[in-house]
Design a protein around this ligand. Structure first.
Ligand SMILES: O=C1O[C@H](COP(=O)(O)O)[C@@H](O)[C@H](O)[C@H]1O
Length: 260
């Protein structure tokens, strides 16, 4: 696993724009070297801010949108089209504006989808979809994601891995159903830490004063059961993208001081 690196931006708007530029470059590079790219999206304010910034970036046209696989790190288990679903928000922020291949947009199941209201069956179904997309080098579990993005919640949750709940303790399955999440809605589907850690790069997004305590806890040696963000690491790179307010409680030894 990789040691976290930090990039601190002046404010959340600049953070979203810089992260969007970084993502465009990653996708273009992956498509140039491997033919296609694979990205895991996050929900939440920071994830949607990044997608909106990407939609507004002229360089978005450098991406070959038809050769991009999109997956989700978690989903709120609600009916298709519900405005609180992460995929609905992502479509509004970016996906409806770019020429994606619908076959490569791998939304997590909805509560009125093929598995009905059975969130555990929905999670197992998504795990099977991931396994079908995996190559021999992935040992049948999940494809190699180029970039997996995670918003960091004020309680240090990432995806729908909340402190101390069973999902964050999962060591075998790649996707699980979540029951009783402390943040609404209580029923969710989430990638597990083993699936998250299979990504080449994991990017954690934290902007806003309500993320400062979470960032400080997760980056100061907390355990992943108590602080799930601490367990989110990529195979090649773990990158925390913060704004100055979210970084305010971090020891300055963790990142270089901003220029005056
Ligand atoms: O509910 C969720 O929350 C987290 C963090 O969201 P934020 O609005 O506090 O940034 C998000 O990463 C996750 O995907 C989402 O389902």
């Amino acid at each position: 696993m990789s040691t976290p690196q930090l990039v601190v931006h002046r404010d959340k708007e600049l953070m979203a724009q810089a992260a969007a530029a970084r993502l465009i470059t990653k996708i273009v590079d992956a498509q140039a070297s491997r033919g296609s790219a694979s990205v895991v999206l996050t929900g939440g304010r920071n994830g949607n801010g990044l997608l909106a910034a990407l939609a507004a970036a002229p360089a978005r046209d450098a991406v070959d949108w038809g050769r991009l696989d999109l997956w989700w790190g978690d989903e709120r288990f609600l009916p298709e089209g519900d405005p609180e679903r992460n995929v609905t928000q992502a479509r509004k922020a970016l996906l409806d504006a770019v020429p994606l291949d619908p076959e490569r947009v791998h939304a997590m199941p909805a509560s009125d989808g093929p598995y009905g209201a059975d969130v555990d069956a929905a999670a197992a179904g998504y795990a099977e979809e991931l396994a079908r997309a995996a190559g021999p080098e992935n040992h049948g579990a999940v494809p190699t994601f180029d970039v997996l993005m995670l918003g960091v919640g004020p309680d240090t949750h990432v995806a729908s891995l909340f402190p101390e709940l069973p999902a964050v303790r999962e060591t075998e399955r790649t996707v699980v159903g979540v029951h009783g999440a402390p943040k609404p809605p209580p029923t969710r589907v989430t990638l597990t830490l083993p699936a998250i850690r299979s990504a080449r790069e994991v990017w954690l997004l934290a902007a806003g004063a309500d993320k400062a305590n979470a960032a400080a806890i997760a980056l100061s040696g907390a355990g992943e059961i108590q602080a799930p963000a601490a367990g989110a690491q990529g195979r090649s790179r773990t990158l925390w993208l913060l704004d100055a307010t979210a970084a305010a409680q971090l020891p300055r030894s963790l990142y270089p001081p901003a220029s005056p």
